[in-house]
Design a protein around this ligand. Structure first.
Ligand code: NAD
Length: 497
């Protein structure tokens, strides 16, 4: 009998009473490694209640003590870095090195949360009127909720709960049902770091659990990361229930290749950024736009992609792992077929990928198309697999117009040797995260993760200073202290006197 993943409520690991169980599988073998329960309504209610109760004392804890909890947590995460990466590899199929990257990019956010005192500082102006001072303070919201996707089971939960809790909130996390073991281990380490009971709860499940969290009267803030369809539902439902919502959604990221760029850098960077993590990154490059003579490099990009070999988590030579589940693999294969049927030229076809020793894995080999038109489904939709589309244009202006016409705006990059071209691109492109000779420009946590347009719904983004704005309310105090009891008369105007 495989283990049933517990819930975490008020510091206790709880066996769910639900008989609605979802198998968690190793995507390279289909071995069932755990069963995850869909929490019952009563269990979700208990989780919210526990967070609500813990909030009453946690919000009074000094900011220094909150920061010290994060320092201890950061230390423990680093100590358990390899162990966490192994869990990620088991349940997502990621290569061990890539799984370590998933943990590391989360640790960096915890490090950022250690700076919570400086990040929370308000503003002060003396003498806004005679002998009257004005200052702002930030205060936590209450029970914050996080709903996270499968593709970064460490990094994305760590985008959310450390910042929310450092701000003085408590948290209910609903991780992806496809890889819940990593977030459970993150939570155990958080407790080991000294987090009081009730600071962080974990409930599992799908739409029903999410909808309960989204519509509950005691959950003022919702952070979501996942697909566009679900993101739109989360944003609409959450805001309809008068909540603050940030919803990070899907993507279609373009890399522009100028003919003055360094060819080897272009070839290697496109290959890594397009098929790395089996293309299951929201910042993966899925379209390369070759400008002018740069189109001559397309065969070399194809050859570089062809050399990247998928393989199991324990194969140190593997370039990337399997897709998360058989349905995701089949969806990608369908797109590849649709591309061929629509007349695109499939110059590298990974549909029949076989990995020795792992006949049941969800493998898709590196795949590349050229002669693609922008009305084809392979260009329109987020494929979320190791599939690269090569487009060709004559000018930078055309490349910019093409990208700006695409509904998504998560990430983009440009490879060039021209500062002027890069400056024009950075200024005119309608995408929230731009790389100049950097293929996957995921910002470090002192900045925020700032997708635009269909890739993000809301206004305050993840981590950076914006996370503190998202997870707190600003209070502005206007204060006067009287020295003498002078009769100044009644003031019936709005002016401060
Ligand atoms: P998903 O939308 O299927 O699931 C995300 C979360 O929503 C999961 O916890 C899931 O249980 C829950 N969920 C699923 N269906 C739901 C429904 N009908 N109602 C309510 N909740 C529901 O996404 P996924 O497949 O886990 O992750 C991949 C997607 O996430 C891709 O589209 C990728 O681009 C996106 N993503 C975006 C970012 C970003 O920062 N923009 C980062 C990572 C992943």
């Amino acid at each position: 009998m495989t283990q049933q993943v517990p819930l975490l409520i008020n510091g206790e690991l709880v066996q769910s009473a639900s008989d609605n169980l979802i198998p968690v599988t190793n995507p390279a073998t289909q071995e069932v490694i755990a069963q995850v329960p869909c929490a019952t309504e009563a269990e979700v209610e208990r989780a919210i209640d526990a967070a609500k109760e813990a909030f009453e004392s946690w919000k009074e804890v000094s900011i220094g003590d909150r920061a010290r909890l994060m320092l201890r947590y950061q230390h423990l995460l680093k100590e358990h870095h390899d162990e966490l990466a192994e869990i990620i590899s088991q349940e997502t199929g990621k290569t061990f090195e890539d799984a370590k990257g998933d943990v590391w990019r989360g640790i960096e956010v915890v490090e950022h949360a250690c700076n919570i005192a400086s990040l929370s500082m308000g503003e002060t102006v003396e003498n806004v009127a005679r002998k009257i001072d004005c200052y702002s303070i930030t205060q936590p919201l209450g029970v914050c909720v996080g709903i996270t996707p499968f593709n970064f089971p460490a990094m994305i939960p760590l985008w959310m709960f450390p910042m929310a809790i450092a701000c003085g909130n408590t948290f209910v996390l609903k991780p992806s049902e496809q890889d819940p073991l990593t977030p459970m281990r993150l939570a155990e380490l958080f407790k080991e770091a000294g987090a009081p009971d009730g600071l962080l709860q974990i409930v599992h499940g799908g739409k029903e659990v999410v909808d309960q969290l989204l519509t509950h009267k005691d959950t003022p803030a919702i952070s979501f990361v996942g697909s566009v369809a679900v993101g739109e539902h989360i944003y609409r439902t959450g805001t309809d229930h008068m909540k603050r919502v940030q919803a990070f959604a899907g993507a279609k990221n373009h890399m522009v290749v100028m003919p003055d760029a360094q060819k080897n850098q272009v070839v290697n960077n496109i290959a890594g950024a397009s098929v790395g993590a089996a293309g299951q990154r929201c910042m993966a490059i899925s379209v390369a736009v070759f400008v002018g003579e740069a189109r001559e490099w397309i065969p070399e990009v194809r050859d570089a992609l062809a050399k990247v070999r998928p393989g199991a988590w324990n194969d140190p030579e593997a370039g990337y792992g399997p897709q998360i589940n058989p349905q995701a693999r089949q969806r990608i294969l369908n797109f590849i077929q649709e591309g061929k049927d629509a007349g695109a030229n499939c110059i590298l076809d990974g549909s029949d990928c076989v990995v020795e020793g792992y006949p049941d894995g969800n493998w898709v080999g590196p795949t590349m198309f050229r002669d693609v038109t922008t009305d084809m489904s392979i260009y329109q939709e987020e494929i979320f697999g190791p599939v690269l589309i090569a487009l060709e244009v004559d000018t930078l202006e055309e490349a910019i117009a093409l990208i700006n016409a695409n509904p998504y705006g998560n990430g983009t990059s440009m490879f060039t040797a021209s500062g002027a071209a890069a400056r024009k691109f950075q200024h005119e492109i309608k995408v929230g995260q731009v790389g100049i000779n950097v293929p996957v420009p995921v910002p470090l946590p002192m900045f925020s993760f700032t997708g635009w347009r269909k890739s993000f719904y809301g206004d305050q983004h993840a981590y950076g200073k914006q996370a503190v704005k998202f997870y707190t309310e600003t209070k502005t105090v206007t204060a006067r202290w009287f020295e003498d009891d002078i009769d100044t008369g009644v003031n019936t105007t709005i002016n401060l006197k």
